[in-house]
Ligand binder design. Sequence first.
Ligand SMILES: Nc1nc2c(ncn2[C@@H]2O[C@H](COP(=O)(O)OP(=O)(O)OP(=O)(O)O)[C@@H](O)[C@H]2O)c(=O)[nH]1
Ligand SMILES: [Mg+2]
Length: 204
Amino acid sequence: MKKFGTAIILAGGKSSRMGFDKQQLNVDNNRLINHIIHKLSKEFDEIIVVTNTPAYYSGLPCITVEDEIVQKGPLSGIHIGLKKSSSEYAYVIACDMPNIKFDYIKFMKDRINETKSDACITMFGTEWIEPFNGFYSKSILSDIESYLLRDRKSVFHLLKQVNCYYIDEVKAREYSPNWEMFLNLNTKEDLEKYVNNSINKSIG
Ligand SMILES: Nc1nc2c(ncn2[C@@H]2O[C@H](COP(=O)(O)OP(=O)(O)OP(=O)(O)O)[C@@H](O)[C@H]2O)c(=O)[nH]1
Ligand SMILES: [Mg+2]
């Protein structure tokens, strides 16, 4: 089994704050998620999009899956994505995150290789985590499954039960001083700000 060959894109949310489906976000006349798929395909052999609308992805270099344990938020998507993953670890990102940094992905892989952790994510301050732009191992699939079946949803609390390596904020800012690699577009204002702020834009 390959160690780091898979990326999972979560795209099964309700987009209630944005007011339209974030799978249809457009930046520079391109669908943002198409850009994410193409960019990730340079680094990963297998791209899994977790979506309720697989038809949006025909012809793209990815496979699509739907949530199995539904209505539990992002962890539902991480669960089925890991289940379908053909690699030991999967990189996980959301469909509304435009700034992917390969040097940080490499840094996370190195930390996992060193520490043999079951997940690798970044802290924001001391109390918050960035659950995406991180890695999760298939080895925690059963933990996630029983957690979801107990009707729990918090990625933060799930990770406390497993062997997760946490990168601290200061370290992460060496790679992304303005936190742009964790930027996610939740509202129309976020989108407008992103489109008008070329400093934050590493798309294309
Ligand atoms: N597969 C799957 N993905 C989800 C689910 N809920 C959220 N996501 C994805 O997780 C990522 C982060 O979630 P949010 O930013 O809260 O997105 P959202 O839930 O669609 O938006 P809001 O309704 O405004 O909270 C996004 O890429 C969502 O598409 C879910 O139940 N299943
Ligand atoms: Mg949400």
